[in-house]
Design a protein around this ligand. Structure first.
Ligand code: NAD
Length: 346
């Protein structure tokens, strides 16, 4: 979704989410207030909170709000494992056809294994193995004797994510795209993705270096030598897995933001989930969701506010060393939020 000129006022949907969601959303709002971010929030619910309030993980009123604002910031949503309701995250992506998932990762904390990670993963967000075509075949008395799942990748879906990624690379000064696939084994499913992206890439190869890697080799290379990658473009499930791996290279899930972008709407969120093990304790790291809010500011062309927040976060983590527990520190959510706001007022 292109927004031509920065405006002073943007209606946007706000979903606090489950688990640590409300705690990190409060922290992010405090920081956004400090830069006078131009959002006027329409608060809605989804996930477990919506199940409890409306008996529906994705109530129509929430969908209507996003249809109207075309812009949302979302805390993590809990999805029951195995049975229960279908992922509200996946349903949101499919309802609004948010076909591009963008997950940038940068080193902000010095002294880790790698000093200068700066890479972006672009993931096809609506196809592949996450289309949910699954069923069991009962045999004898076992209702789950055989499980069958099918993936779907289309030429059209591969083409539009490829065009998105190449244009993103040009706009954001990226020099190389690595297409990640498993076309040696899943010859049709990921073969069509590889073939189509290569085809689209021909129009860009004078400006962007293009290479491809098999997913397992890429996973290993990310650990051995992440500096060789610049922008990774891949299918839905591989992107889900690799983006958590990449988050691990820069300090963990508490540091990884993401954007889900379609032609009609864009939803910004942290890569991490609802972290039920630490929910309510006031110790969650708000940085991932805050960096997602920065991507949202960039999306509406309020780049200077986004830049100010990123600089403040960099100073708090790199110089002040105010770290939450997931980063090896002792700071509470409130402490790191206060430190970021203080740096913004410097
Ligand atoms: P998770 O990301 O919630 O947690 C994994 C680990 O990372 C936990 O130890 C957690 O404490 C830690 N962690 C995550 N975010 C953190 C933060 N901000 N600060 C400090 N530590 C943090 O993954 P999970 O436990 O596998 O999933 C929990 C629930 O979240 C599940 O229901 C899952 O379906 C859902 N989920 C939602 C999203 C989303 O809304 N986009 C994404 C992933 C998982």
């Amino acid at each position: 979704m292109e927004v031509p000129h920065p405006q002073s006022h943007y209606p946007a949907t706000l979903i606090s989410g489950d688990g640590v969601g409300p705690e990190i959303v409060d922290a992010v709002l405090e920081v956004l207030d400090a830069v006078r971010a131009p959002f006027s929030w329409d608060r809605q619910v989804a996930g477990m909170a919506a199940m409890q309030a409306h008996r529906d993980p994705l109530p129509p009123v929430t969908l209507d709000s996003i249809r109207h604002t075309r812009l949302a910031l979302k805390g993590p949503l809990t999805t029951p494992v195995g049975g229960g309701y279908r992922s509200a995250n996946v349903a949101l992506r499919q309802t609004f056809d948010l076909y591009a998932n963008v997950r940038p990762s940068r080193t902000l904390i010095p002294g880790g294994r790698y000093e200068s990670i700066d890479l972006v993963l672009v993931r096809e967000n609506t196809e592949g193995f996450y289309v949910g075509f699954e069923h069991f075949v009962p045999i004898g008395g076992d209702p789950h004797a055989v499980a069958i799942g099918a993936g779907v990748n289309t030429r059209a879906g591969s083409r539009r994510i490829a065009e998105f990624a190449f244009n993103y690379a040009l706009r954001n000064g990226r020099r190389k795209i690595t297409i990640v696939h498993k076309a040696n084994i899943l010859k049709a499913l990921t073969g069509v993705f590889l073939e189509t992206v290569r085809e689209v890439g021909k129009a860009y190869e004078d400006r962007i270096e293009i290479e491809d890697r098999i997913v397992d080799a890429c996973a290993m290379q990310l650990v051995l030598n992440p500096g060789q990658f610049d922008l990774i473009l891949t299918t839905n499930m591989f992107g889900d897995i690799l983006s958590d791996e990449i988050a691990g290279l820069v300090g963990g899930l508490g540091m990884a933001p993401g954007a889900n972008i379609g032609r009609e709407a864009a939803i910004f969120e942290a890569v991490h989930g609802s972290a039920p093990d630490i929910a309510g304790k006031g110790i969650a790291n708000p940085v991932a969701l805050l960096l997602a809010a920065c991507m949202m500011l960039d999306h509406i062309d309020h780049h200077s506010s986004a830049r100010r927040i990123r600089v403040a976060v960099g100073k708090v983590l790199g110089e002040d060393k105010v770290w939450t527990r997931d980063l090896g520190g002792v700071a509470a959510t409130k402490d790191i939020t206060r430190a970021i706001v203080a740096r913004l007022r410097d």
